[in-house]
Design a binder for this molecule. Structure first.
Ligand code: DGJ
Length: 761
């Protein structure tokens, strides 16, 4: 066995690899040996080791805690014992037919079998711009694979970040054959995971019930998680999963591998467990009805999968995703988010100038900083009175808003708040001027009537068509050119692909629709960001339907769910926080009875839940009592104190609502461990109820923290109020939290929650 050390060659290259364009790549090593050679790339705390040799299949060796040089050298060769095959990118047909494969293609001559063998590899230093525009650096391992029978190449990429525990993997399929090849399966990556007592955490969802945690033990057979919505791939099952490698998932202990596919369209994740010692995780674009014809000379680039490893349990893996997201994925993640009022649940389609002015004045008086006018402001020939018309006609409804957006911006200025606006640019209604002009722009099968969505008239514009891409770009461009004071855009998408068919794509390319739609969408988003880097944009798709790392680089945050019920939000925000940081999770205080669940939850509890994400309001303030406004004013002012800890701090999930014992708790700790904020929610009330005391996490054991309750409603302070405890004590014992609020008899109810601020002396 050779050691991992190789002759080093220094060469300067200039090349473009997939989505990464590196101006000067330093080629560190490249000569491919005849014997197996172990190649390692690492992040600060993780190592990935693969085994490569000329004309052999690339093999997986190790992914986990970073290895010392000594341990790297004694790593065993990948084994064939117990049928563990450990290929990094198995292709269908030549040597793999019975198990899942990463790639399947039909060659020009009709041959459906492919055999991908290593031709070359290189490890390069990269320094480039991350998707959110920030500078990043790391190492890129590129492995070039080729079938001995065909000239086409597959390039497999592993990009390790220098400062965060994240390795992104993807591939390029380069057609160098004499004609068109057909791709029928195109996963981005395969990761073998050693069997044992492995549990997978994944997220099921639907409208108003997004990101519901499912935790299951991996057994023999295949677990398939996929989405076929066409547009909103997080509205059903989600494309991010975590593997707990040492038995049932734990929040703050145990080895965990996280894997987040970064795609905006239909995806498929397959975890194939055969008779070998490994589970094989595959993730990529869903090939259902999506065969892709790749012309001679063309390259198909798959979406990235972002992997992390943590030995600090699920929360540890989440923190890695949050750091990576804040540094390199999300727009403006270093800037505090404004506290806003959104008009939707307050007035729905009943937009008018006076009403908007009143809402702006109300949110300003409670300490808010931004007002967002939601759906219902547009349409000339067909004014948008409800959800059955006008999408596509992005002109102000002059009856509702006689002074137009100018008038709204003037009122926003007068009230001292910023102004934001809702659009749904990818859509139209059959009752709209746009549809009358361009019926050929919508997605529908040739010769068939369109299937109609929301309001009985909604249709989806075909973003594979460059004219539609221009139209969608121009919606944003026109608004922001005319009204540069617009500070915030809510970009909504409320329909799936309801009938397959592109009126733009050729008859041979109809199966490209799902993929080309998303290529078009990303192009538009990129154009918008190139021209408007500063505007804040919310990613909304009937709620959290587009919480994904393909779109988030172009957005600043997403709407977690249309369900604003505080109890259900605890579960949804819990699940969402596995992969997404609080700064991205829009979380609003709304009215009671709740408009989705009809549950009546006291305002204190609603505020405490909303304050654990990006705080906002979604309510008609003029229907609130003075006492309610005072409580919200207090919540907003308290949130301003903790905003940097919530939005930039490190999350520790402490007690899961899914544990079934009526309690949920989490906390955020600032990077320097000087400040923290602790959340405690009682989920149900019984007489003679006994809830566990919650141990904190993430504090500095040697620091002393003084404790203050925020959002207080009790008539007497908590026993711990103003007292000082060591971090060690708080992490080993926690605080005693009373199970109910001490309030006047008539103010009593069955809900209890606490937000506690900790500051080191
Ligand atoms: C769905 C979104 O999720 C809501 O917040 C709201 O914007 C409506 N669409 C408007 O139609």
């Amino acid at each position: 066995m050779k050691t991992k050390y190789m002759k080093q060659q220094l060469t300067f290259l200039s090349q473009s690899v997939g989505k990464v364009t590196s101006l000067a790549l330093l080629l560190l090593s490249s000569s491919i040996p005849g014997n197996a050679e172990k190649i390692e790339i690492h992040t600060p705390n993780n190592s990935l080791v693969v085994d490569l040799w000329k004309d052999g299949e690339p093999k997986f060796v190790y992914y986990g805690q970073r290895l010392s040089t000594y341990d790297l050298n004694v790593l065993p060769e990948p084994t064939n014992a117990n049928w563990s095959h450990l290929e990094l990118f198995p292709a269908y047909g030549a040597t793999h037919t019975m198990s899942e494969t990463a790639l399947a293609m039909t060659h020009v001559d009709g041959n459906m079998s492919t055999n991908l063998l290593v031709q070359d590899y290189k490890v390069t230093d990269i320094s480039d711009k991350a998707p959110n525009g920030k500078e990043r650096s790391g190492k890129l391992l590129t492995i070039t694979l080729k079938d001995p029978l065909y000239p086409s190449l597959v390039h497999l990429y592993y990009q390790a970040y220098n400062d965060v525990d994240m390795i992104e993997c993807w591939s390029d399929i380069e057609n160098l054959e004499k004609g068109t090849v057909k791709l029928t399966q195109f996963y981005s990556s395969c990761m073998p995971i050693r069997r044992g007592d492995v549990y997978v955490s994944h997220f099921h969802g639907s409208w108003a019930a997004e990101a519901q945690l499912v935790e299951e033990k991996l057994n023999n057979g295949m677990l398939v998680i996929k989405n076929k919505d066409g547009l909103r791939n997080a509205t059903t099952d989600r494309q991010e999963v975590m593997f707990s490698l040492e038995g049932k998932a734990q929040e703050n202990a145990g080895d965990v591998i996280g894997a987040a596919l970064m795609y905006s369209g239909n995806y498929q994740i397959t975890i194939d467990t055969d008779d070998s010692e490994y589970h094989y995780y595959f993730a990529g674009i869903n090939p259902d009805n999506s065969e892709y014809l790749l012309k001679k000379g063309e390259t198909f680039t798959t979406p990235h999968v972002a992997y992390t490893f943590s030995n600090e349990g699920l929360s540890g893996a989440s923190r890695n995703y949050h750091t990576w997201a804040r540094n390199y994925q999300l727009r403006h993640a270093d800037k505090q988010r404004d506290i806003l009022l959104n008009s939707w649940e307050g007035v729905y389609f009943d937009i008018n100038q006076k009403g908007m002015d009143q809402m702006m004045a109300d949110i300003a008086s409670m300490g808010g900083e931004l007002f967002v006018m939601d759906d219902g402001w547009f349409g000339d020939k067909y004014p948008r009175k409800t959800d059955n018309s006008s999408l596509g006609d992005w002109v102000v409804d002059k009856n509702k808003l006689p002074e137009g957006i100018e008038g709204l911006l003037r009122d926003a200025k007068k009230n001292g708040v910023k102004f934001g606006i809702w659009i749904e640019p990818e859509m139209s209604n059959t009752t709209s001027e746009l549809y009358e002009k361009h019926p050929d722009w919508i997605i529908k099968a040739p010769g068939r009537k369109p299937v109609l969505g929301r309001g009985g008239t909604q249709v989806v514009l075909d973003l594979s068509n460059p004219k539609v891409q221009d139209f969608v770009f121009n919606i944003v461009d026109n608004l922001l050119t005319k009204y540069p004071e617009i500070a915030y855009i809510k970009w909504d998408a409320n329909a799936p692909v309801m009938n397959h068919g592109s009126q733009y794509l050729s008859k041979n390319e109809q199966s490209h629709l799902y993929i080309d739609y998303h290529k078009g969408l990303i192009k538009v988003c990129q154009r918008i960001r190139d021209k408007y880097p500063d505007v804040i944009i919310q990613d909304c798709a009937s709620g959290g339907g587009r919480a994904n790392y393909a779109l988030l680089p172009y957005f600043d945050e997403f709407w977690v769910s249309d369900d604003t019920d505080a109890l259900q939000r605890i579960y949804m925000q819990w699940g969402t926080s596995y992969f997404f940081p609080a700064i991205a999770m829009a979380s609003h205080i709304s009215a009671t009875p709740n408009h989705q669940t009809f549950r009546t939850i006291p305002l204190k509890f609603r505020c405490d839940v909303a304050m654990s994400g990006r705080l906002g309001m979604e309510i008609q303030p003029k229907n609130m009592t003075e006492a309610e406004k005072t409580l919200c004013r207090q919540a907003i002012s308290d949130y301003k104190k903790i905003r940097p800890i919530v939005q930039f701090g490190n999350l520790y999930r402490l007690h899961s609502p899914y544990a079934g014992d009526n309690l949920a708790s989490l906390m955020y700790v600032s990077d320097n461990k000087q400040e923290a904020v602790f959340y405690w929610y009682k989920l149900e009330t019984f007489v003679n109820q006994h809830l566990p005391r919650i141990k904190m996490a993430g504090l500095d054991p040697s620091k002393k923290y003084t404790v203050h309750e925020l959002n207080k409603i009790d008539t007497t302070p908590l026993d711990c109020e103003g007292k000082t405890y060591t971090g060690d004590y708080l992490m080993k014992n926690g605080l005693e939290v009373p199970f109910k609020h001490i309030v006047n008899y008539h103010d009593q109810n069955d809900w209890a929650s606490r937000v506690i601020y900790l500051k080191a002396n």
